[in-house]
Design a protein around this ligand. Structure first.
Ligand code: ADP
Ligand code: MG
Length: 247
């Protein structure tokens, strides 16, 4: 009993919570199955590693600030134009993240742009990558307050250190020239360092008007498009389709 108590205490001191949480069960199992010392040790360590990986994924999922969790398995490709199921499923391997490629989703409201962006983000977190989700309006707010607010500065730093940044809803709100500049600088810093997922209801040609500066917009698009997969989605709005179904 003394050895058992002492072991638990060592595990806690060493912060081996995964082993500590399942010690009884693992000792019992090892006794029944007469595991060799090395197999038992291996089981203990692999339990700790799995526990830590799981905790890290949970932390990253919370830290991503997804507005809601959406998955590719809940997405109906149906008659949606612009992305095919096999293409989307292939992208779940996340090779595009290793290649620092961007995913750009364009299309009218309710077509599933945000759903897809979140689904790719969630898949990335589950594979061990770090992701940050922000609507453009909030991202700009963060950029504008980063110098005076610790919380904003911290978030921007976190965004810059992540593997994928999802920037949602570009185009719904006009952006002032100064704001567009801050955004441009951010994208320039991200260029070829991390992957960007963008959703927008406005096609590229209307971006200059939205940002109020055509030269800067060209430079911005240049960086976004250099290593990018572009999805021009079209079809019926899922929101309206569902409303019709209910009626
Ligand atoms: P968008 O960002 O293009 O305006 P959303 O991704 O927010 O559209 O989609 C609106 C709602 O409809 C969300 O709840 C989303 O999960 C759902 N939705 C949209 N398209 C699909 C689809 N093809 N399959 C399943 N759900 C969808
Ligand atoms: Mg959206």
């Amino acid at each position: 009993m003394k050895a058992y108590k002492e072991t638990l205490s060592f595990l806690n001191t060493l912060n081996l919570k995964g082993i500590a949480g399942r010690l009884d069960e693992m000792i019992h199992d090892a006794e029944i199955r007469r595991l060799s010392y090395i197999t038992f040790l291996n089981t203990l360590l692999s339990t700790e590693v799995s526990y830590r990986v799981k905790r890290r994924v949970e932390r990253n999922m919370t830290g991503a600030h997804f507005p809601i969790i959406k998955r590719m398995s809940d997405f109906e490709f149906g008659r949606l134009k612009g992305i095919g199921k096999s293409e989307a499923v292939n992208l779940l391997d996340c090779a595009w993240i290793d290649n620092k490629e961007n995913l750009l989703f364009f299309g009218p409201p309710g077509i599933g742009k945000t759903h897809l962006a979140i689904a790719f983000g969630v898949a990335a977190v589950e594979k061990g990558y770090t992701v940050c989700f922000e609507k453009i309006a909030n991202l700009i707010k963060l950029l504008k307050t980063a110098e005076i607010q610790k919380k904003s500065e911290y978030r921007i730093r976190k965004i810059m250190k992540s593997s994928v940044v999802v920037i949602d809803e570009i185009g719904y709100t006009p952006i002032e020239k100064r704001e567009a500049n801050l955004f441009f600088n951010l994208v320039s810093e991200m260029y070829e360092k991390l992957s960007i997922i963008i959703t927008s209801n406005k096609s590229f040609d209307s971006w200059a008007e939205m940002m109020g500066d055509s030269i800067m917009t060209t430079a911005l698009l240049d960086r976004l498009l250099h290593h990018a997969r572009i999805f021009n989605l079209d079809g019926e709005s899922y929101r309206i389709k569902n409303q019709k179904k209910e009626v």
